[in-house]
Design a protein around this ligand. Structure first.
Ligand code: PLP
Length: 424
């Protein structure tokens, strides 16, 4: 039996860097071998969630089989092992995004949870008040709209939206114009889950910082595709989800600069986040524990750490090059299809293609090509304002990860053409 830590050691020894061989990579992901509707699965729904490599799956079952215990509060062997694994994952995240300290890494349920944590605690700390403004953009996921609207309802704060052009690029001049003494926060998506647009995030942060405005970056779609260095970006907060990074669901990360996190009040109350409790007064732990009330998603944290170790075996340049090839190849084939419109044609684009086809509702398209084993996402992708901006009720979306292949794109294009024939 390979123990969890031995297994991790194997990964670490192999690291720096593994040769990028997509066929070999695919063997790490057992689900990619399965069939759907009698056809080999073509999984193009990676922006919704990524598939998990064996090492992540095995680390989680191993934990439940041999190491399950609650963390932080026990002195017995298993509790110490579990605590060490969980805290090691925090360290892995810290290194992965180059945070200054592990205390700046709050383990959350995911991106949505991280943004809600910030909106709630900023509200309670009175950092945003009547007449103040929060800048977001027209391409935000609902997770970066609704928590701020809830805050605005309570505080009479105003949400201000950076417009986008027809290619789906942020209008940076408009952004500059929106900044005023009333602006107290910028909360912005790094990479759009619907358009694929990769925003000029460093420039956005620099502009905000010149005006002493803190910036939250929604990095949900960025982390699995490019190197993130929070110190280099100089963002104040950065949020992402483990499940979009080849890790499990129910775990995510909120990075925040220590000095800012220290100024925020706790989010939820309960065990693990306190130092002392009396009926008269409670004192709180330091960060990160202050924000982590109750028993956390221990196995999720462990799985996330292993997912990061797995990803560390690769060079992000190789991943980007491969994903870019997939994007270019698919785009070239798709624009040849009569009546197909790609929504999101930014110059700097991640491997996400949203599209519509004249005369076919995206839901019908998604259902039909599923019969060929092709998994696409259809709908508004939790970006309803964006659908309105492009005047469509919904789109179909193909999103690629580094384990996808050119051959799979050929299968997808054939499935599209087949579906179109059924309708015309
Ligand atoms: N932000 C972006 C850009 C996303 O793509 C998503 C999920 O698709 C989220 C936020 C929400 O992530 P989660 O549902 O994992 O909290």
């Amino acid at each position: 039996m390979i123990s969890f830590s031995q297994e991790n050691d194997i990964i670490v020894k192999e690291s720096k860097y593994r040769k990028f061989d997509v066929n070999e990579i695919r063997r790490d992901f057992p689900i990619l071998e399965r069939k759907v509707n009698g056809k080999p699965l073509v999984y193009f729904d990676n922006a919704a969630t990524t598939q998990k490599p064996n090492v992540v799956i095995d680390s989680m079952t191993h934990y439940y089989r041999y190491e399950n215990a609650n963390i932080h509060r026990g002195l017995h062997f298993l509790s110490e092992v579990a605590t060490e694994q969980y805290e090691n994952s925090r360290l892995k995240v810290k290194e992965f995004i180059n945070a200054m300290s592990a205390s700046e890494i709050i383990l959350t349920k995911g991106t949505t949870d991280g943004i809600n944590l910030l909106a709630n605690t900023m509200c309670r700390a009175d950092l945003l008040n009547e007449g103040d403004e929060i800048i977001i953009s027209h391409m935000e996921h609902h997770a970066n709209i609704v928590p701020w609207q809830l805050l605005c309802d309570r505080k009479k704060t105003k949400l201000v939206v950076i417009p986008i052009d027809d290619n789906g690029e942020l209008m940076m001049d408009e952004y500059k114009k929106l900044i005023s003494p009333r602006t107290k926060l910028v909360s912005i998506v790094h990479t759009s889950n619907t358009l694929g647009t990769v925003n000029p995030i460093k420039e956005i942060i620099e502009i905000a910082h010149k005006n002493n405005i803190p910036v939250i970056v929604d990095g949900a779609q960025a982390v699995g595709h490019q190197k993130i260095d929070v110190q280099e970006l100089d963002c104040d907060y950065f949020v992402f989800s483990g499940h979009k990074l080849f890790g499990p669901t129910g775990i995510g990360v909120l990075y925040g600069k220590a000095e800012l996190l220290n100024k925020l009040p706790p989010y939820q109350g309960g065990g693990d986040m306190i130092r002392t409790v009396t009926f008269e007064k409670t004192t709180y732990e330091d960060i990160p524990n202050k924000f982590e009330a109750g028993t956390p998603n221990i196995v999720g944290g462990i799985g996330l750490g292993v997912a990061i170790k797995y990803l560390n075996m690769f060079n992000f340049q190789d991943i980007s090059r491969h994903e870019n090839e997939l994007l270019q190849y698919a785009t070239e084939k798709m624009i040849l299809i009569d009546g197909l419109r790609i929504i999101g044609t930014a110059k700097n684009k991640a491997s996400v293609i949203s599209f519509t086809i004249d005369g076919i509702h995206p839901y019908d398209l998604g259902t039909i090509i599923d019969t060929d084993g092709v998994a696409l996402r259809t709908g508004h992708h939790c970006t309803q304002p964006l659908m309105k901006r492009f005047n469509v009720p919904a789109t179909a979306r193909a999103s690629f990860s580094f384990y996808n292949t050119i051959d799979e794109i050929d299968v997808f294009i054939n499935a599209l053409n087949k579906a179109i024939k059924m309708f015309r």
